[in-house]
Design a protein around this ligand. Structure first.
Ligand code: 13P
Ligand code: 13P
Ligand code: MG
Ligand code: MG
Length: 380
């Protein structure tokens, strides 16, 4: 019997303590209570709630397929309830990521980040779910590429016959806000084309990865860039991603391996800087300079849609050393403050203030008269 399950992970910032730091535990509890009471025996097979930085993630399994308005609507309601808790407690940015007044069938473009995939559940179905704060969806481009296409991180590409045919990358151009403009490229033969796109984390984002051996979906990332849709600053699109592991897919350790790099990504303070993507435990807040950008990962199995317990992947002592490196990289780039690559290019800056300031300065620029230079030997 085909056992089709959809895993939907939805993440939103609906308020936090002490600035953009961490949600209140009561907010998470309110979501759990709402889902437990409203969902007993209904749409959801299982769910978990956790946080990263100031964002709350709800990870759900169900049989409603991708883009289900019932499932998206349920998450929307849950975030409204957590917003009420945040408002009642006077937290900062209550309801920050709920950009619309009412839910209209699909969360796309409404604020929350959504990653989902409908799968035929394998025996021993293994999933890793990444949640990041103070960065953008393109932050996953490099680690996803390395996990699926580079034997420096995934030696299974040599060792396992189940991955020998490589993977298909589905990459979206988020600058087209009217339609979903995507391209499909294959590893290993198209890797130079793939990296030509993926080097631009603001524009080209790996949305899905598929196994070329089995055709199955291997990874799903949220890709909406709300500021491009809204045309103004509406917070960074702190991203969520799910990756299937083992068998025809990379092993969990191969998927985690690229996160040892702590590569520089966009985000950090006011979504306008560059900082190292720092692997942290689930439910960790941010601190230094509203950052650094952080990512947490949980690994788990599902059976008939039911979750096992969750492994907190970056809690292991091994990652303490990576964090030390990331903190040094964070301080190193912050030492140059506003200069050059420490901040994002003008078009990516998240606050209108700078555009206004630049506009005002532009009006004060003037064309200098070219003064006549005296040519040698010239006489009056
Ligand atoms: P406000 O401009 O709403 O104060 O938010 C800025 C901020 O908190 C950046 O850390
Ligand atoms: P969030 O997008 O995580 O709310 O952060 C906003 C910000 O400006 C932090 O400095
Ligand atoms: Mg916030
Ligand atoms: Mg956030």
């Amino acid at each position: 019997m085909i056992n089709k399950i959809t895993i939907t992970a939805i993440k939103a910032d609906v308020g936090s303590i002490g600035g953009h730091i961490k949600p209140d535990e009561d907010m998470k509890q309110s979501i759990l209570t709402f889902l437990r009471e409203s969902e007993e025996g209904k749409l959801l097979i299982d769910f978990r709630v956790q946080s990263v930085g100031d964002d709350i993630a709800i990870i759900m399994t169900h049989r409603e397929g991708e883009n289900s308005s019932d499932i998206h609507g349920l998450a929307w309601k849950a975030f409204l309830i957590a917003t009420d808790v945040a408002k009642a407690k006077g937290l900062y940015g209550a309801g920050q990521d709920l950009l619309k007044d009412s839910f209209s069938g699909n969360l796309k473009g409404m604020g929350p980040a959504v990653a989902e995939m409908e799968i035929e559940e394998r025996i021993g179905e293994t999933i890793v779910c990444f949640q990041a704060d103070k960065t953008e969806p393109g932050a996953y481009n490099l680690p996803t590429y390395l996990a699926f296409a580079d034997p420096m991180h995934n030696t299974g590409l040599m060792l396992s016959p189940k991955m020998k045919d490589g993977f298909t990358f589905e990459i979206i151009d988020v600058e087209n806000t009217k339609e979903d403009e995507v391209i499909r490229l294959n590893t290993p033969e198209d890797i130079y084309d793939i990296v030509t796109l993926l080097r631009n984390n603001h524009r080209y984002i790996v949305e899905k990865v598929y196994s070329r051996t089995t055709g199955e979906v291997a990874a799903a990332t949220c890709t909406t860039r709300l500021s491009l849709i809204a045309g103004k600053y509406v917070g960074k699109d702190d991203p969520i991603m799910m990756v299937r592991a083992q068998g025809a897919f990379p092993a969990t350790g191969e998927i985690l391996s690229p996160y040892t790099i702590a590569h520089y990504v966009a985000g950090f303070m006011r979504g306008s800087h560059i900082g190292p993507l720092t692997p942290v435990s689930v439910n960790t807040g941010v601190s230094f300079f509203d950052g650094p950008p952080i990512v947490s990962a949980v690994a788990f199995n599902i059976k008939d849609g039911k979750f096992t317990s969750f492994m907190d992947c970056f809690a292991n002592q091994f990652w303490a050393g990576v964090r030390e490196k990331a903190y040094k990289k964070a301080i190193a780039i912050r030492e140059q403050g506003w200069s050059g690559p420490a901040m994002l290019e003008d078009s990516e800056l998240e606050y209108g203030g700078i555009t206004e300031r630049l506009g005002r300065l532009k009006a004060k620029f003037y064309i200098r008269e070219v003064s006549k230079t005296k040519v040698q030997g010239e006489t009056k």
